[in-house]
Design a protein around this ligand. Structure first.
Ligand SMILES: C[S@@+](CC[C@H](N)C(=O)[O-])C[C@H]1O[C@@H](n2cnc3c(N)ncnc32)[C@H](O)[C@@H]1O
Length: 224
C-alpha cells in the first residue's frame, strides 16, 4: 500500500478511550451544536429510507438519538454507541418520546456482539469518520447486515478536488481533537468490500455531505 493510502487509512490519532471521553464531555451540548446543524440531512436520510413494517434497523454510533423518533413505530431499531454520556441522552429521548420500538446498547462498532445477518438495514450518520479506524466498523456493518440488506452512510467524504482535499487534510488533525476526520474518501471506504452503491446524493449543509445507500452484496446478493 502506498504511503498516502496508508495515511488515509491510519491518519487518525483517535482511540476508543479518547472517543468515549470526547463524546461524553460533548454530550451536554451536542444537540444544540453539531446535532442541530446536521439535523436537516439526518432527518431526510431516515425518512428517505422508507423503512418497512417489521424491518430490523441498526443505528451505529447512535449518539444522543436525534434520529430515533423519525423511524416508524412498526419497525425495530437498535442503537449502539461507545459513549455512555451520549447514550444517557439517547435513553432520556426514548423515554420522553415513548419509543418502545427502540433499544440501546453500549457497544464498540468495531467489535459488535450481534450475530451475522441480524439486521435488514444498518445506518451510520456522521460516524464513519468519527471512529478510530473505519475498516473494522465497515466490515462489522457488513457482517451484521443480511445479504441484500441496506448499508447507509450519511457522512462527509473527502472530495476529489485538489484544493478542497488540501484544505481538508490541513484541518483534519484539528478535527481529530473533536473526534472527527475529514480526509477519508468514499472510494477508500468501499474499496475491497461487498458494498454496491445504490444511491448517492449530496446533502446540506452546503451540499458538502453525502448520503450513500449501498446494497450489501455479500455472498453474491446484489439486490434487496
Ligand atoms: C458525530 S457523532 C454522530 C451521532 C449520531 N449518529 C448523529 O447523527 O448525531 C459520532 C458518534 O459515534 C460514536 N462512536 C465513535 N466511535 C465509536 C465506536 N467505535 N463504536 C460505537 N460508537 C462510536 C461517538 O460516541 C458518537 O456518539
Amino acid at each position: 500500500m502506498s504511503h498516502t493510502k496508508q495515511q488515509e487509512h491510519n491518519g487518525s490519532t483517535m482511540d476508543p478511550q479518547k472517543i468515549e471521553r470526547v463524546y461524553t464531555n460533548y454530550a451536554g451540548m451536542y444537540d444544540q451544536t453539531f446535532g442541530k446543524i446536521m439535523h436537516q440531512a439526518r432527518e431526510a436520510a431516515v425518512i428517505g429510507l422508507k423503512v418497512a413494517p417489521s424491518e430490523r434497523v441498526l443505528e451505529v454510533g447512535v449518539g444522543t438519538g436525534l434520529s430515533l423518533s423519525l423511524y416508524p413505530r412498526n419497525c425495530e431499531v437498535v442503537g449502539i454507541d461507545l459513549s455512555l454520556g451520549m447514550l444517557e441522552k439517547a435513553q432520556k429521548r426514548l423515554e420522553e418520546h415513548q419509543l418502545g420500538h427502540v433499544t440501546l446498547q453500549r457497544m464498540d462498532a468495531s467489535q459488535m456482539e450481534f450475530s451475522d445477518d441480524s439486521f435488514d438495514t444498518v445506518m451510520a450518520t456522521y460516524v464513519v469518520t468519527a471512529v478510530p479506524d473505519y475498516r473494522p466498523v465497515i466490515s462489522e456493518m457488513i457482517r451484521v447486515c443480511r445479504p441484500g440488506g441496506r448499508i447507509v452512510m450519511l457522512n462527509h467524504f473527502s472530495n476529489g478536488n485538489k484544493f478542497i482535499a488540501a484544505v481538508e487534510k490541513m484541518i483534519s488533525p484539528m478535527c481529530a481533537h473533536i473526534g472527527f476526520r475529514t480526509d477519508l474518501s468514499l472510494n477508500t471506504v468501499l474499496e475491497g468490500t461487498s458494498l454496491m452503491i445504490a444511491r448517492k446524493e449530496k446533502v446540506n449543509p452546503f451540499r458538502f455531505w453525502h448520503l450513500v445507500e449501498c446494497v450489501n452484496a455479500k455472498n453474491g446478493h446484489n439486490h434487496s
